[in-house]
Design a protein around this ligand. Sequence first.
Ligand code: SAM
Length: 313
Amino acid sequence: MDDSLIPLRAPRFARYEHTLGRGYADAVEGSSLILGDALGVLSAMPAQSVQTVVTSPPYWSLRDYGIDGQVGLEESVYDFIDHLAQLFDQVWRVLRDDGTLWLNIGDSYTSGGRTWRAPDRKNVARAMSLRPATPDGLKPKDLIGVPWRLAFALQERGWYLRSDIIWEKPNAQPESVRDRPTRSHEFVFFFSKREKGYKYDVDAVRGPNGRRLRTVWPIKTQAFREASGHFATFPPTLVEPCVTIASEPGDLVLDPFVGSGTTPLVAGSLGRRFIGIELNPEYLTMATRRLTKAGFVDITPDDSGEAGSDAAL
Ligand SMILES: C[S@@+](CC[C@H](N)C(=O)[O-])C[C@H]1O[C@@H](n2cnc3c(N)ncnc32)[C@H](O)[C@@H]1O
């Protein structure tokens, strides 16, 4: 029989509710979505269990996801960077030594003296009532440089910054500014834990004309219907090269800020196991729906079930 005719086994996953102090030995054996605070859940995960991490933390002071404990609402950008740096110390711990981290993070501007942001009818998560004061050392209307500040903080803590990738958005939204260019890109930083010998299959992904992967990736942002309440979803085509190049089928891929579940969707479709962590129960439900709609099988144990080490959602 031709190999290509063998149907792929539908990816199976379970959902868990984080209970501090409980470990996730079962969760890392299979594929899971975990409801909880990323830092707390990561701290309970076994060391060296993950092959690659693809993630996009909330941007600083840009969106209110409407839940206590969320990252991104720290009063100062320096506290925000510090919070994320501590979280990525835990990512370092759970990542195998030959593992890698692909980190997308957006930038923002200081407020230019405004303290209130007008509600945005198209994007209610942007209707934040307060914008923080201009950070020390910056001026009104400065671009803060959040991605690079975070990249340098991670470098200082031991990560190897191997590449900056520019995610160019050909369909970027117009901005109402008249004194600078409209922003149409974000960064994806590629980190390893060591200088060499990390998993990176240079031939696994080819660009136009069969060329090796370049550092500017033109990828349109995409809205999908199920995520109508979620406003910063990854396009699957942004996640695909990261997972393909840095892991093999059967490897474990982690997204500690999983949102609507794009990283698991791509990872599972490529035959990888996955763990997604999300603080907001509504988004975790959205991710679950999205995965089951795509044919993934939800095997969440019920309260009496033996399969999980924590209570099921
Ligand atoms: C930029 S979005 C990620 C979107 C995701 N890449 C996707 O494709 O849908 C960031 C997510 O982090 C979640 N979040 C915020 N604080 C968190 C925390 N402390 N622990 C876990 N998740 C958190 C937010 O609820 C939001 O869904």
